[in-house]
Write a protein that binds this ligand. Structure first.
Ligand SMILES: COc1ccc([C@@H]2N[C@@H](C)[C@@H](O)[C@H]2O)cc1
Length: 448
């Protein structure tokens, strides 16, 4: 292997309490909110087809016009307790909030820049009340932070001249100051979700990022930081030059999902997902495919079945309101979670053969197996193939445990479970299997 000073510092998974808690979340809420929500994907009557939070990079909108928007930021409808209550009913166990997106505007009162909420008409901290409201609902808070910062004069995407390098040193110090400031101001933060770290300039900062990550972890022991923060000695991110995972979990699944367990390399991971095809910040005119609650529930279940967390994005509008499409989805998904959360929280991958009817999840604590059925077979028979020596002790409906099933053994270690569930149930049906304990191989019995 290649000698690295700033590569992965840990082989294998973190097994501490905070990471176990993270692993068992299942469902999270992403919130993208900032100045970009004011134009909402339009400028001077023109429609912007890109991601709304990237409108500053649109040729039809001058940077100067965007950079004046902070003078209009006054979200009188902002109600953090309402947001937190909605997230609770959705069933989210954690929330990731954009403290600073690529535009550099800070939703918290930062000592290190004037480009923050205190200099907007709104004038008050946004992050603090959000952290408080979500903590009160028992939803863990994580802070999204973009290293790339279009507002800071020292930011560079690449370091070509001596002047670049000097300016960038100031930018690095500014970045460190802001991150340590965030952890001081919001000490109940459980982790950081980094973005904007693909630039060549940042990829040269292995030593700086490594030291800073260590400092942040010292400030909040157990802090959870994904693979997207630091580059290794050769500028490799997510996986170091030896192929080992950087950070505590893989942060590579943005608007896409792994297909197989092999795709996850057995690591912890999260998938962050937009409701439309590609809008994180508020866009007032969603075009193209908007996902239904069935699609989002399937992505959630698929994520959990492959040992990942699924983080659904919300983009509040410029006044601080959650749009009606997201409110409707939160209610629909929440209704399904009310009945079926046992198949999500604390669950993960089960190594039984994947079947066409849907996904298995396994509760890590109890060993209970959940069949989440998205595709009812025409013959109503759900095929289950277990590893040899594992039987199906008890099988019943999660929603109505009095509805039990007698599996029909159709081959060795292969069964049909004949669906009885009423077709009226909205969303996928979940069947619980309590598998028989693996029978001891002969001779392995310890002497009594
Ligand atoms: C270069 O392509 C992208 C795509 C999306 C992003 C940001 N990551 C998502 C989590 C959103 O914050 C999006 O703006 C950045 C660069």
């Amino acid at each position: 292997s290649i000698a690295l000073e700033h590569g992965s510092h840990r082989l294998g998974k973190r097994t501490d309490e905070m990471m176990q808690t993270w692993r068992n979340y299942g469902l999270g809420q992403f919130i993208h909110w900032g100045l970009y929500a004011i134009p909402g994907g339009h400028w001077e009557g023109k429609y912007y087809g890109g991601a709304a939070e990237w409108i500053r990079s649109w040729k039809d909108m001058p940077n100067e016009a965007y950079d004046e928007l902070y003078k209009e930021f006054d979200p009188q409808n902002f109600d953090p307790r309402a947001w937190a209550k909605q997230a609770k009913s959705l069933g989210a166990k954690y929330m990731i909030i954009t403290t600073k997106h690529h535009d550099g505007f800070c939703l918290w009162p930062s000592e290190y820049t004037d480009y923050d909420v205190t200099n907007s008409p709104y004038g008050k901290d946004i992050i603090g009340p959000l952290v408080e409201a979500y903590d009160a609902e028992g939803i863990d808070v994580y802070l999204y932070f973009s290293v790339m910062d279009w507002n800071h004069l020292g930011y560079r995407s690449k370091l070509e001249t001596e002047e670049d390098r000097e300016a960038y040193e100031g930018f690095k110090e500014f970045t460190r100051n802001q991150l340590l400031e965030l952890l001081d101001l919001y000490p109940t933060t459980k982790g950081l979700w980094f973005d904007g770290t693909w630039d060549a300039a940042w990829k040269e900062q292995a030593a700086f990022a490594d030291k800073l990550e260590t400092e942040m972890r010292e400030k909040i022991p157990g802090l959870i930081i994904g693979s997207r923060f630091r580059p290794d000695d050769y500028g490799n991110r997510h996986f170091d030059s030896n192929g080992d995972l950087m950070g505590d979990y893989e942060q590579g699944w943005e608007r896409k999902l792994p297909e197989t367990f092999e795709d996850t390399k057995g690591n912890d991971w999260d998938c962050v997902m937009t409701v439309p095809e590609n809008q994180w910040g508020y866009h007032s005119d969603w075009r193209g495919h908007v996902k239904t609650s069935f699609e989002l529930i399937e992505m959630l279940v698929k994520s959990v079945s492959l040992n990942g967390n699924f983080v659904m994005n919300f983009g509040p509008d410029g006044q601080g309101s959650i749009r009606e499409e997201e409110t409707k989805l939160a209610a629909e998904i929440g209704d399904w979670m009310d009945v079926n959360h046992e198949a999500i929280y604390g669950c993960g991958y089960l190594d039984w053969k994947k079947q066409d009817w849907g996904y298995y999840t396994k509760n890590r604590e109890t060993g209970k197996v959940y069949m989440v059925v998205f595709n009812r077979p025409l013959n109503g028979a759900l095929r289950v193939k277990t590893p040899s020596k594992i039987g199906l002790e008890k099988v019943y409906s999660l929603k109505e445990p009095s509805v039990t099933y007698e599996p029909e053994e159709v081959h060795k270690d292969e069964y049909f479970i004949h669906l009885k569930e009423s077709k009226t149930s909205k969303g996928p049906v979940v069947i619980v299997i309590e598998p028989t304990k693996e029978k001891q191989q002969e001779g392995t019995e310890y002497q009594k």
